[in-house]
Design a protein around this ligand. Sequence first.
Ligand code: RB5
Length: 152
Amino acid sequence: MNLGIASDHAGLELKSKILEFLKEFIPSAKVIDYGMKGDYEVSDYPDYSKVLAKDISSHRIERGILICGTGIGMAIVANKFPKVQAVVVGDEYTAKMSRSHNDSNVICLGARVTHWERAIEFVKIWLNTPFEKGRHQNRIDKIRTIELGIHA
Ligand code: RB5
């Protein structure tokens, strides 16, 4: 699986922990780190979310993990890009349902609101849950038409 990960300053520490987890638990995964990389005091989440989301849109990567203080800013930006289903996840059930019903391809985590061990648990569930397709695929198809501006 090709994965991407990015954070702003608020998510930097959690990003490192998730990168370690990914290395250990899915050693075969190719993971692109989109930053931030330095220890800057302040950074702007749109700068990191947009580069990852662009690569989801173009199919360079299959799934992305975005981390900021709440996950919210990252999700707002990522969802501006076609074919991106970015979701803010704050519990196990949402982690699972965002995959099985919504085919989410980007998980957004809040480092200031979620303990790192729990965040890793959400990532684990999210990576392991398949999309159910069927009637849920019809709904995703409707999202695609909205993106194209051809909805009624
Ligand atoms: C940065 O202070 C914070 O606003 C950002 O990490 C994020 O939570 C925005 O949604």
